[in-house]
Design a protein around this ligand. Structure first.
Ligand code: FAD
Length: 471
């Protein structure tokens, strides 16, 4: 049990030290509140130890390998690159450990008290912390539930960490599997597919829905699909997985209409479920909905006065930055400041497969399904000079606008990107959508040349009816 002062009474007690929990704590401490965080494993949560950071680190390894393999085209003779996965693992862990140390130091520096143990809300602002050796009771004027989520599994696929894996196990593998079946073609599934394909594994993606990356714009999905197939990733959509038969060193996965694939490993990427086991004592009064999420209103208040919840444990997009935003909202609410609820339909999404995907707001299909008349423009990266320079021309920028009464492009509803470094380019699109700006307004901004972000500028200019390169 770690505690740095004797007092067990706080303005805010947070259960869970992942992005939602530590953002709540850091923001609260910056505002002068006394804050305790209860974490049963390590500060940083899924994101730092089993999610965003290790996954992106491995995707960067994949990118380095791809770049070296393609170096010859630039006249750089580097030979055929060879992967030493143990070095990659070591680097990943070093990145995670450095960030972890930084986070712990930051929290300590802000005067946040850390308690290592399992937290349980008892009621009346009391939280029991069951540590390895002792238990302690904390009291918070406010309690924030930020216990996060864990990977979902499917019947018939018992996770053994060797042949059947979830994201938790994948990111600490000692060796890359020669062949892998990924069940689920959502964001995490596509990132793993892209990563293992670049690392040299034979990859099969099995997705029950009709497309990969459900929720993304159709044009974006088409680019990812084409790229995956070109790279030899076998993509099966609209197929149900019925089971698997282990064969000693691997397993044969059955799917669809009598089809099967034999692989070294299966990765379950079928979403995440909220983690509330042991979180609430009987009679805490906090309502859990039928899907297991802690129920909150738009200000993150649970059914119990003074108890709030944020992050993956509530039914909102399961993204670290959404957890940050919700944690900030909680603290503002505690301080009695005016709060603006998170607009979940306009949060930024980034998917770090190759090619990368980034979007905000409505897709063309979603806008049309909502009965909105739209004006749409797309600019393929093939016409972008920087994309030609870096040799990554697969992809496009697409902007979806509401059609004005005169037929011109009005308010920007959605910005969708797929291609090189788009996860670093979404910022302008995010601002445009959330500011409810029009193409006329955004087209005033100058884009530096030559940059990949010129494609966004060009698309918006074209929507004003006066594109430089795009009609
Ligand atoms: P968590 O990060 O799950 O943290 C909850 C913490 O609470 C954990 O540390 C847990 O140990 C602790 N806890 C639980 N119960 C208790 C208890 N009773 N007492 C004490 N402690 C408890 N999101 C992005 O935005 N971008 C990405 O690129 C991205 N990539 C991802 C890649 C992968 C492979 C995965 C799995 C996820 C990814 N995510 C990404 C999602 C992101 O990791 C989560 O949305 C985020 O971690 C949720 O934060 P959280 O604080 O709500 O929960």
């Amino acid at each position: 049990m770690v505690t740095t002062t004797g007092s067990n009474e706080f303005d805010v007690v947070v259960i869970g030290g992942g992005p939602a929990g530590y953002a709540t704590a850091l923001y609260g401490a910056s505002a002068g509140l006394s804050v305790a965080v209860v974490e049963r494993e390590k500060m940083g949560g899924t994101c730092l130890h089993r999610g965003c950071i290790p996954a992106k680190e491995f995707l960067e390894t994949a990118s380095v390998l791809r770049t070296v393999a393609g170096a010859k085209e630039f006249g750089v003779e580097a030979g055929q690159p060879v992967l030493d996965f143990s070095v990659s693992q070591g680097r990943k862990q070093k990145v995670v450990d450095t960030l972890y140390k930084g986070l712990v130091g930051l929290m300590k520096g802000r005067g946040i008290e850390s308690f290592i143990g399992s937290g349980q809300l008892l009621g009346g602002g009391r939280v029991r912390v069951a540590g390895a050796e002792e238990s302690v009771e904390l009291t918070g004027r406010h309690v924030v539930l930020a216990s996060g989520s864990v990977p979902r599994t499917i019947p018939g696929f018992d996770v053994d960490g060797t042949v059947v894996l979830t994201s938790d196990e994948v990111l600490s593998l000692e060796k890359e599997p020669a062949s892998v079946a990924i069940i689920g073609g959502g964001a995490i599934g596509c990132e793993f597919a892209s990563m293992f394909s670049d690392l040299g594994s034979q990859v099969t993606v099995l997705e029950a829905l009709p497309t990969l990356l459900t929720g993304c714009d159709d044009d974006v999905v088409a680019v990812v699909n084409r790229s995956f197939r070109k790279r030899g990733i076998a993509v099966h959509t609209g197929v149900t997985v019925s089971g698997h038969s282990p064969n000693g060193s691997g397993t044969t996965v059955s799917f669809g209409d009598g089809e099967s694939v034999t692989v070294d490993a299966v990765i379950l990427s079928v979403g995440r479920r909220p983690l509330t086991e042991g979180l609430l004592a009987d009679g805490s009064g906090v309502v859990i909905d039928e899907r297991g999420f802690v129920q909150v209103d738009e200000h993150m208040r649970t059914s119990v006065e003074g108890v709030w919840a944020a992050g993956d444990v509530v039914n909102t997009p399961q993204l670290a930055h959404v957890g940050f935003a919700e944690g900030i909202l909680v603290i503002k609410g505690i301080l009695g400041e005016p709060t603006i609820p998170v607009e979940y339909g306009r949060v930024p999404w980034c998917i770090y497969c190759h090619p990368e995907v980034a979007f905000v707001g409505m897709s063309e299909g979603q806008a049309r399904a909502a009965g909105i008349d739209v004006v749409v423009k797309k600019d393929p990266f093939g016409g972008n000079s920087r994309a030609r320079i870096v040799g990554e021309t697969d992809g496009l920028v697409k902007v979806v606008c509401e059609k004005s009464a005169d037929g011109s492009a009005g308010r920007i509803l959605g910005v969708h990107m797929v291609g090189p470094w788009v996860t670093e380019q979404l910022g302008q699109g995010y601002m445009a959508v959330n500011w409810e700006a029009t193409p006329d307004e955004i087209a005033q901004f100058i884009q530096p040349h030559p940059t990949l972000s010129e494609s966004f500028g060009e698309t918006v200019m074209a929507l004003t009816g006066r594109g430089l390169h795009l009609g």
